[in-house]
Design a protein around this ligand. Structure first.
Ligand SMILES: Cc1cc2nc3c(=O)[nH]c(=O)nc-3n(C[C@H](O)[C@H](O)[C@H](O)COP(=O)(O)OP(=O)(O)OC[C@H]3O[C@@H](n4cnc5c(N)ncnc54)[C@H](O)[C@@H]3O)c2cc1C
Length: 427
C-alpha cells in the first residue's frame, strides 16, 4: 500500500536517513522512509569500521562530530547496541607525521577539545599495555568511542518506528517531484508519495535522484575494505588509527581492521565520471597512489543501454557486493601486529568492502539548495558514520523550518561552482 502522503519523505536507511526519520518522528512529523534494500544499514552504514571519531577531522566538522558523540552516548543508554568509550589513539609510525599531529591537536583545541593531547610511547602504553612494538608517539582523544555500526543504525531505525515513522524496505525512490520551485514529494514504483519536504540521504546514489530536479551533486563512489579477526584476548579498548592500519577491538574479542591513513580505494570508471571531470581529474591525480582505477564495463553497458549516465534507472534495486582488497587488509593486520605483537597469530574471520561517497574536497554536502523543501546530505567521505545523529537533527531542522543553528557554510553544494581545495587525507 502506498501511504500517499507524508509531512516528510526520507530517502535512505543508512545512519543519516534513520537518524533524520527518528528525529522528525520525535518532533511529531508524519514520516515515510524509503529504502531500496531489504533492511537498514545494507550499504555504507553497515560496512563502516565503527570508529566514532572526533579526532583528526577537518576543523569545520569538529562541532558536528562533538554534538554527534554526545548524541551517540545518550542513545547508548538504551543498551540495545554495542558502544565502547575507549578513546582514540592516532599512532605516529613515521617521523614526518609529527607536524600533522601537532596541527590536528591545535585545531581540536581551537574548538574546545582541550582533552586532545600528544603522548610519548610510554604514555601510550599506559592506555594500551599490549602496544609493545614500534611507534613514535600518538595523538590521544579520550572522549572518542566505537560502536557496532549495523546495530547503531538499527537502534535509530527502531526509534523512528517507535515514534510512528513508516519505514519501507525494498522501496526505491525513482524521482523527486517538484513544481513551482517547491518539492512536492517522490515517485516510487508504487506511485507518488506527496510531501512538503524530502530528506535525500541516499549515500553514493544521491546524485541520481538529485539530478531529477536539476541538481548536480559531485560524488565519486569508491570501495574501501575491512576485515574482522577471530576473537582474541582483550588487548585494547581505544580505537587505533595509524598510517598503515585502523583498528578497534569489539567486546567479544574480534578485532576490526582497515588500512587506516594509508587507505587504498578502488573506483570503477564509467561514463558518469565525465560529468564531474574537472573535479575528479585533480582529485584522482593528487591521490594517484591511493585510488586504483579500472574500467567498469558493466556500468558502461548499462549507461549505453539507458542512453543516460546519471539517471534513477541506473540505481540498482540491490547493490552488488563490492570486491574486497584482501592483500591490503591482510597487510594492515600485519602492520597492526608490529605495534601489538600479540596479534601476530590473529586470523582473519571475515572481510568486506563498502562504498564510500567521496567529494572533491573531502568535506560533506549538508545543504538545502532548492527546490524549497529538499534537504541533501551526502558525501561523507568515509568518516560520516560518526556524524549520523547530528546530521539527523540537522536534517530535521532544515526539513521543518528551512534553517538550523549549526554552521553549515563549509558544506554547501554551491562551493563546487568554484575551485575547491584538495584535502590532505583521502579518508
Ligand atoms: C569500509 C568502510 C569503513 C568506514 N568506517 C567508518 C568509521 O569507522 N567511522 C565513520 O564515522 N565512518 C566510516 N565509514 C563511512 C560511513 O560508513 C558513511 O559515511 C556513512 O555510513 C554514510 O551514511 P549514509 O546514511 O549517508 O549512507 P548509506 O549508509 O550508504 O545509506 C544510504 C542508503 O540509501 C539507500 N538508497 C539510495 N538511493 C535510494 C533510492 N533511490 N531509494 C531508496 N533507497 C535508496 C541505499 O540503499 C542506502 O541504504 C566507513 C565506510 C566504509 C565503506
Amino acid at each position: 500500500m502506498n501511504p500517499g502522503t507524508a509531512d516528510v519523505v526520507v530517502v535512505g536507511a543508512g545512519i543519516v536517513g534513520v537518524c533524520a526519520a527518528a528525529e522528525l518522528a520525535e518532533r511529531g512529523a508524519k514520516v515515510v522512509l524509503l529504502e531500496k534494500e531489504s533492511g537498514p544499514a545494507r550499504e555504507g552504514s553497515g560496512r563502516a569500521q565503527g570508529s566514532l571519531r572526533v579526532q583528526g577531522r577537518h576543523g569545520s566538522e569538529l562541532a558536528l562530530a562533538r554534538e554527534a558523540l554526545d548524541r551517540w552516548h545518550a542513545a547508548a543508554q538504551d543498551g540495545d547496541f554495542e558502544l565502547v568509550r575507549g578513546g582514540n589513539l592516532y599512532l605516529q609510525t613515521r617521523p614526518e607525521e609529527a607536524t600533522l599531529l601537532t596541527a590536528l591537536v591545535d585545531e581540536a583545541r581551537r574548538v574546545g577539545f582541550d582533552s586532545v593531547e600528544l603522548l610519548t610511547p610510554d604514555q601510550v602504553r599506559e592506555h594500551v599495555p599490549a602496544a609493545t612494538g614500534d611507534f613514535l608517539g600518538a595523538m590521544w582523544s579520550p572522549t572518542d568511542a566505537q560502536c557496532q555500526p549495523d546495530q547503531g543504525t538499527a537502534h535509530f531505525a527502531a526509534r523512528a518506528e517507535r515514534h510512528g515513522a513508516d519505514l519501507r524496505y525494498g522501496a526505491k525512490a525513482t524521482r523527486l517531484i517538484e513544481t513551482g520551485g517547491r518539492i512536492r514529494g517522490v515517485d516510487t514504483a508504487n506511485g507518488p508519495i506527496h510531501a512538503g519536504a524530502v530528506v535525500l540521504a541516499g549515500g553514493v546514489w544521491t546524485p541520481y535522484l538529485a539530478r531529477t530536479v536539476g541538481l548536480r551533486v559531485p560524488i565519486m563512489p569508491v570501495v574501501m575494505s575491512e576485515l574482522e579477526t577471530e576473537p582474541v584476548e582483550p588487548l585494547f579498548a581505544a580505537t587505533l588509527r595509524a598510517f598503515g592500519f585502523g583498528a578497534r577491538q569489539r567486546p567479544n574479542g574480534q578485532v576490526v581492521v582497515s588500512a587506516g591513513l594509508n587507505a587504498r580505494v578502488r573506483h570503477g570508471v564509467s561514463l558518469s565520471d565525465l560529468d564531474g571531470l574537472r573535479h575528479w581529474a585533480p582529485r584522482a591525480w593528487s591521490f594517484r597512489k591511493s585510488i586504483g582505477l579500472r574500467l567498469d564495463w558493466r556500468r558502461i553497458g548499462q549507461q549505453i543501454r539507458h542512453r543516460k549516465v546519471i539517471h534513477p534507472a541506473l540505481i540498482p534495486d540491490t547493490s552488488p557486493e563490492p570486491t574486497v582488497d584482501l592483500p591490503l587488509v591482510d597487510a594492515s593486520l600485519a602492520r597492526l601486529a608490529t605495534v601489538i605483537p600479540a596479534l601476530r597469530t590473529a586470523r582473519r574471520a571475515r572481510s568486506w568492502g563498502g562504498l564510500v561517497d567521496m567529494t572533491p574536497d573531502g568535506l560533506p554536502i549538508i545543504d538545502a539548495p532548492g527546490p524549497a523543501g529538499l534537504v541533501t546530505i551526502t558525501g561523507l567521505c568515509g568518516h560520516g558514520f560518526t556524524l549520523g545523529p547530528a546530521l539527523g537533527a540537522t536534517a530535521a531542522d532544515l526539513a521543518t523550518t528551512g534553517r538550523t543553528e549549526r554552521d553549515l557554510t563549509a558544506f554547501t553544494l554551491n562551493r563546487f561552482d568554484g575551485k575547491v581545495a584538495q584535502p590532505q587525507l583521502l579518508i
